[in-house]
Design a binder for this molecule. Structure first.
Ligand code: SF4
Length: 64
């Protein structure tokens, strides 16, 4: 599984970082950033999916 973040769509609500802090963080400007190359460990797959569903801006996509 791989996760993609569209920084143009992100409005910085922070839900992704709350739900899946191993993959997402909020940067110094208040917007989400990916903490890795997007490859999701098996143990993080559920929280990555939850983060994508919870993003109000539909900025997170998941493949695989
Ligand atoms: S949940 Fe979506 S809008 Fe909110 S910080 Fe994360 S990527 Fe941005």
């Amino acid at each position: 599984m791989k996760v993609f973040l569209d920084p143009i769509k992100c409005s910085g609500y922070g839900a992704c970082a709350d739900i899946c802090p191993s993959l997402f963080a909020i940067d110094e400007f208040g917007f989400a950033q990916l903490l890795s190359d997007g490859v999701v460990a098996a143990s993080d797959e559920d929280s990555a999916r939850n983060a994508a569903v919870s993003c109000a801006e539909n900025a997170i996509k998941i493949e695989g």
